[in-house]
Unconditional design. Structure first.
Length: 65
C-alpha cells in the first residue's frame, strides 16, 4: 500500500503541474475552452495527491519487505 500511495502522490503532482502550466498557458493564448478543461483537472490532482499522502502515512514504510 505504501508504494501505491507514493505513486498516487506522483500522479497527483504531475496532474496539478500540467493542469496549471498548460491551463494558464492556453488561457493567456486565447484558447479558453481547452484551458478550462485543463484547469478543471487541477482539483482532481489535489484529491489524488492527498489520497496518496494519506495512504502513504497510514500504511507505514515497507523498507524491509
Amino acid at each position: 500500500m505504501h508504494r501505491i500511495g507514493v505513486y498516487a502522490l506522483m500522479v497527483g503532482a504531475v496532474l496539478v503541474s500540467i493542469g496549471l502550466l498548460a491551463g494558464f498557458g492556453l488561457l493567456f493564448g486565447g484558447y479558453d475552452d481547452q484551458a478550462r478543461l485543463l484547469l478543471a483537472a487541477v482539483p482532481f490532482g489535489f484529491l489524488i495527491g492527498f489520497a496518496g499522502v494519506v495512504t502513504t502515512l497510514l500504511s507505514g514504510s515497507d523498507v524491509n519487505g
